[in-house]
Design a protein around this ligand. Structure first.
Ligand code: GLN
Length: 455
């Protein structure tokens, strides 16, 4: 908590620090230790953690960085929060994000800008810039994020931290505020691959309250990471995704990525180039499917059920419909409004087949690309993000330039496959570069081994 106090004036990673609750949780854990109640506790027991403000926490304000949720205090915990509490892990607070996790720089937060610890004039990436910066600035050893199109991995790359998107269905989404439900996944943010593995083991597993939760145990992730730390990758086949590189990728990013590939070879891995011909269409299809789901999910913020309510101005009939319109006009930011409008358009009669239907077909082709690739290799690799951290304001006036940050991360969300970003050294500009691994569905352990070997 002292480190948070010292770092926050320059970093601004937190929307809410729950210091009192964290100390109470730490005391409760100490009492369990003193009473010898340590049976079955995970290795991370007692280690504090920060949580992206997209995940609901009982009694602690949860805003999704939106004015429309300001003042809302959830009456329940997300499943992942229940699991952290059961593990005796104190929750330090809630971290900043782009409003409703929509963005790639955290600049779309309604409340504050979070700074990149490597250069405070630059963004930490997004949408989970708060969690990534909090870990990168040593304010917390661990954090949780949510990843719909890259919001754990891209901020990981830009802040030199580890970020994991588990297999879709591998970690319960119960209590994760819905952005695009078929793409959203909660995952770990950490400083080491082993820490991420241990955290995913704590939060993962079947949950009957999430209808897309997979009824299978969490794979042996920490064991895979420890195996990787021996730095022997003989027998591992690595596929370099041909379509994720080249044009649009900063030279320093490609250079560090190529260094990483050479290191994997030095440790005995066999590296081949693999083509995923439909990956170049992933971004376009994502920006149809994601807003469609956003437009549906965000319909619940109607001025009735949560947080903000704004009455229509005087002279306008005081009807429920006008109250909803006034609330949504005042409560949602520009980027969120843009996506709701895009989504409603893509789903509307007459356009549905041409837009949403086509995007779903592209999604199937991306899934097949992964299946084809994983019939030849064990893991796929690519740079996580085409560039290093950019300056505040650089991409705020150009939504398409902002969207391009996620070209390399989106394919995994479209297919539901696990993926992670680890730090791969510094680019020519002195800023961190991320190295991404993809593994087959429900085989998250397969990426943890080479990731731990490379870090
Ligand atoms: N940057 C992407 C977007 O704006 C990813 C968001 C996310 O993963 N939550 O949609």
């Amino acid at each position: 908590l002292d480190v948070i106090d010292a770092a926050e004036p320059s970093i601004d990673a937190f929307l809410h620090v729950s210091g009192k609750e964290a100390l109470e949780q730490a005391d409760a854990f100490d009492r369990r230790l003193a009473a010898g109640e340590t049976e079955g506790l995970p290795e991370l027991a007692g280690v504090p953690i920060a949580v992206k403000d997209m995940i609901v926490t009982k009694g602690i304000p949860t805003t999704a960085a939106s004015k429309i949720l300001e003042g809302w205090v959830p009456p329940y915990d997300a499943t992942v929060i229940e699991k952290l509490k059961a593990a005796g892990m104190p929750i330090l607070g809630k971290t900043n994000l782009d409003e409703f996790a929509q963005g790639s720089s955290t600049e779309h937060s309604a409340f504050k800008k979070t700074h990149n610890p490597w250069d405070t004039d630059r963004v930490p990436g997004g949408s989970g810039g708060g969690s990534a910066s909090a870990v990168g600035a040593f304010e917390t050893p661990l954090a949780l994020g949510t990843d719909t199109g890259g919001s754990i991995r891209q901020p990981g790359a830009l802040t030199g931290t580890v970020g994991v998107k588990p297999t879709y269905g591998g970690v319960s989404r119960y209590g994760a505020i819905a952005m695009a439900s078929s793409l959203d996944q909660i995952g770990p943010v950490s400083r080491t691959v082993l820490d991420a593995a241990l955290l995913q083991e704590v939060i993962g597993g079947y949950d009957r309250r999430d209808s897309t939760s997979i009824p299978r145990p969490v794979p042996p992730l920490a064991a895979a990471a420890r195996e990787g730390m021996k730095r022997d990758l003989k027998g591992l086949k690595v596929g370099l995704v041909k379509e994720l590189g080249g044009d649009g990728y900063q030279p320093g990013v490609e250079a560090r990525f190529n260094d990483g590939v050479r290191l994997l070879e030095d440790m005995g891995a066999e590296v081949v180039e693999v083509s995923c011909p439909h990956f170049p269409y992933a971004l376009a299809a994502y920006y149809i499917i994601m807003p469609s789901e956003v437009s549906s999910n965000l319909a619940r913020y109607d001025g009735m059920r949560y947080g903000l309510r704004v009455m229509p101005p005087e002279g306008v009939p005081q009807t429920a419909a006008n109250m909803m319109a006034a609330t949504r006009e005042a409560g949602f930011g520009d980027e969120v409004k843009r996506r709701i409008i895009l989504g409603i358009y893509a789903l509307s009669a007459g356009y549905y087949d041409a837009w949403y239907g086509s995007a779903q077909k592209v999604r199937t082709l991306i899934i097949r690309d992964f299946e084809q690739a994983f019939s030849k290799v064990d893991v796929l690799v690519s740079p996580t993000s085409p560039t290093t951290a950019f300056k505040f304001g650089d991409k705020m006036d150009d939504p398409l330039a902002m969207y391009l940050n996620d070209v390399a991360t989106i394919p995994a969300n479209m297919a539901g496959t696990p993926a992670m970003s680890i730090p791969a050294g510094l680019s020519e500009d002195g800023l961190p570069v991320g190295f991404q691994f993809f593994a087959p569905q429900m085989r998250d352990e397969v990426m943890y081994k080479p990731a731990a070997a490379l870090e």
